[in-house]
Design a protein around this ligand. Sequence first.
Ligand code: HSC
Length: 698
Amino acid sequence: MTEPVSYDTRDGVAILRIQNPPVNALSQAVRQGLSDAMDRAEADEAVKAVVIVGDGRAFIAGADISEFGKPPQEPFLPDLCTRIESSPKIVVASMHGVSLGGGLEVALGCHYRVAQPDARVGLPEVHLGILPGAGGTQRLPRLTGAEKAVEAITTGRHINAAEALELGLIDRIEEGDPQEVGVAYAMDLVSEGAARRPVSEMPAPAPMDWDATYDAVLKKGRGQISPATAVRAVQAASELPFDQGMKRERELFTELMDTDQRKGLIHAFFNERAVSNLPELKGVDPRPVQSIGVIGGGTMGAGIATAALLTGLNVVLIEMSDKAADAARERIAGNLAGALKRGKITQEKHDAMLTIALEISQNYDSLQDVDLVIEAVFEEMSVKKEVFGKLDAVCKPGCILASNTSYLDVNEIAASTLRPADVIGLHFFSPAHVMKLLEVVVADETAPDVVATGFALGKRLGKVSVRAGVCDGFIGNRILAVYRTAADHMVLDGASPYQIDKALVDFGFAMGPFAVGDLAGLDIGWATRKRKAPHRHPEERVPTYIDRLCEQGHFGQKTGEGYYIYEKGKRGGTPNPKVTKLIEEERADRGITPRDFTDEEIVRRYMCAMVNEAAKVVGEGIAKRPLDVDMVLLFGYGFPRYWGGPMKWADIQGLPNVLADIENYAKKDAWFWQPAPLLKELVADGRNFDDLNRAGSK
Ligand code: HSC
């Protein structure tokens, strides 16, 4: 078995090599290995200096996140960093790949730091709901000054080697084998007679306006507390001697470690990765994809084509007329211009994408050689069937036929072809070159290698891909329809759309449901209500006040008026008094006496509706695991990441409490609040959603 830290000596330099793939996380075994190796180097008189280097693709990616929430085991990381720093021999960190969190803290405990030109460093702990807890908040500001340290720690961003050098975080940039580079640097230092250089002994950073900084960071965090708490830790570096600063850092770290936000963010970290790891796809090879077809060059089709071009795929886009083809090219060119402006692609690549990699055609025969086609045409079954019939006729055998439908039956679409095993749903979210979520919709006859190809394509496009079964709305839109209805019910019963939006933004959502409605276009919901009206259950409560606004031609942001009124050049809108009046009229018509809602009740009802429908989605197998729902809501619906997703939120509240609330709400509206059988079953068994995640990920 490979040792977590290997020990070697050369020319008076001890080489401590961390070997903990894939990213050299600082597990207990690595910490112990480093501590033992430091003892050994110090005991060896021939050793004049020590080099710490990482094996594989990174120096160190940080503390081992999988140990969080378990009792900490010695040696503790802060003590290890101090132990390295207090060594009488010169210690050099030779950094390549990433040095993140505890990884950078170990490097800051060393006396000198050298990095490869493409190395990146950072303290991203706030994204896990904690703060740097091994001296990062105390040592970093001693090198960079308080202001830059606050910026780096509260954003958690990755800093490239050139900037790290400028900030004083590293001493040198040197290209080569990291071990050789580290040894050469250590030998130079020894031969120059360089002194040890403990960062903890450097002067404390000058103060800044701590309260103002704390308030600004808290506001920017939109409910997330770790970045603001980190400001207080940097403040301690400025105001207290190093040892006391370390104590303060530990107190604040421990406080954050106990929060629900830490649990939610770590759930998000691991499941963002686990979600695309399907047990059913183990050993299934995806089909090769070099070129794709896109049918339709509207906002969605153009976004999908852009995403594909940006990852080096060739794209054939089909449009119906010269005019539509020109408009599609313009949309794609606009998207690519954005990527060029942000430095994501070079001018040369940009030009090649538009001229060589992209073909826009009005002839389906142009799709003869593509490996996969994504249809993004009008959401109407007859239109989809016609397109799939044409695709079936022209596409080569083995070509995958995908629909970007957001709610139509993919089984029915598949049945309109002679190759249902090659048909799949690939549901992108608009704008498709920006939004991270991809629902991979698996129909009854979809072949496993077609599913694997959907996931491989999602990975290539940088998406978080989630497996979904076939139903109206799949995972995300099906759940959205229900929690949106819960919000509508609260409006009928007395809450205002504006109070609801505010309560949910305060909870952490990017936007409230009514502001989202204005953004998406109120005509969409209006059309859906009309479509569903003939099949509506008599007990279903559907408000129609907003239809009156639609009848007057007001569809939200695009017409300047919806739930809110939008003024040109101004961000956001102001409440629309017409809407308030229409709501009052509808309540009067229905004989409803409005009542007050607290913000807590609003959030609770909205969340319970979401969790209940999500439990039905999991119970019916539309989502295989609760974590799949969590990732859909996080990456497609603006759900606050620090809650981990609705299922994690429910686990944190306690499923018996969530079920009790649903049953209580059901006393007034039993039709809407029918508890999910899975929720009842879990409560009866004393289990929760995370138990299902563990069982379903094996
Ligand atoms: C920290 O360091 C806290 C300290 O400040 C203080 C601690 C003090 C304690 C005091 C106690 C008294 N741990 O992302 P990928 C896994 S907090 C465990 O797919 P990439 C990952 O799950 C930490 N596992 O690859 C995945 O596993 P899978 C601060 C970790 O190349 C595999 O590695 N550091 C891990 O796209 C590959 O990862 C961070 O927040 C970790 N630290 O990206 C860095 N890091 O294959 C978090 C990764 O089974 N990590 N894994 O799915 C990252 O940002 C990215 O993973 C990288 C690699 C950029 C490292």
